[in-house]
Design a protein around this ligand. Sequence first.
Ligand SMILES: O=C(NCCO)c1cc(-c2ccc(F)cc2)cc(O)c1O
Ligand SMILES: [Mg+2]
Length: 217
Amino acid sequence: KGTTREQRALKYLKEHARQGDPDSVLETFDEFCRTQEWAMNAAEEKGDILDEIVRELQPTTCLELGTYCGYSAVRIARNLSPSARLITIEVNPDYAAVAREVVKLAGLQDKIEVINLDSADVIRELKNTYDVTKLDLVFLDHWKYLYIRDIKLIEEEKLLKKGSVVFADNVIIPGAPGYLEYIRGSKNYKSTFYSVHFEYMDDMKDGVEKSVYIGDE
Ligand SMILES: O=C(NCCO)c1cc(-c2ccc(F)cc2)cc(O)c1O
Ligand SMILES: [Mg+2]
């Protein structure tokens, strides 16, 4: 075929979505995944919970680990206030390249920064290199076994403040057992589990975990 699934998705978006319209990009991406090829986007149900969190929290600085094609980055950024921004980290160069195109198609390149590096290396540099003081929202959606490594690193870097929200995808499928045990056992968070459908699969159950940081600044 010569093309990857992600490149085929981007082609479909370019042909069917309205340039500069984030809602159109998301709707078209969901349509592609339901009618052409499945892809590991957060999708409608998980996306609605993410929308609710962003609308209520009104975060200024957001961090996403695991951009993939940029679906959730667009989902988050479309609801951000004018000066707010999202830093999203993707270790896979092919995914990052597609994500940058999707972000541009949505017209959100001024609010979203896609970084093609390893998450741990960027987290260590957020204060010095990326001018971040505190993170209001963190979305964990990269390799599941890395959730626990990176949340510990984020705590170590003192990047969270009272009220910061850590939202984790896939805590059931593929699962992130070490992370769930850690975050639910920590006195620094108040966690809530949401049972949701796995993306684009109406007969499969997944779960997302919303954790509010209540620890020391
Ligand atoms: O690995 C994932 N993300 C990081 C890499 O970019 C990921 C995987 C899956 C999934 C895939 C294949 C399957 F059979 C089951 C689960 C789903 C997701 O939502 C994900 O975020
Ligand atoms: Mg996911």
